[in-house]
Design a protein around this ligand. Sequence first.
Ligand code: I3P
Length: 109
Amino acid sequence: KHGVLTRKSHADMDGKRTPRGRRSWKRFYGVLRGTVLYLQKDEYKPDEDLSEVDLKNAVRVHHALATRASDYSKRPNVLKLKTSDWRVYLLQAPNEEEMMSWILRINLV
Ligand code: I3P
């Protein structure tokens, strides 16, 4: 699965609140491959190698939990992603259908 995802980092490893200055929304192109959600700067191009920045932004979603971010009302179509090492990301999809599809696919990993 792939598509535009806008990310806000809410908590870093071990659940520590992401500090001010690193909490802003950033637009990515999300690509779910195996157990990794790649948050790429540019659209998916199959024969292109991932940049160092793309690899740094990759999120391991094995044993992660994706739910609708029902406690976050500033933006629509936002899901909450909790990873197994207790990072928390808010991910905004372009519409409700895409958000539901990401939730299902992430939870199937
Ligand atoms: C954050 C940025 C986010 C905002 C966040 C700010 O500042 O303005 O958009 O979240 O508020 O800390 P910075 O770019 O300096 O990290 P919202 O869009 O959800 O308001 P927060 O600290 O209350 O999460």
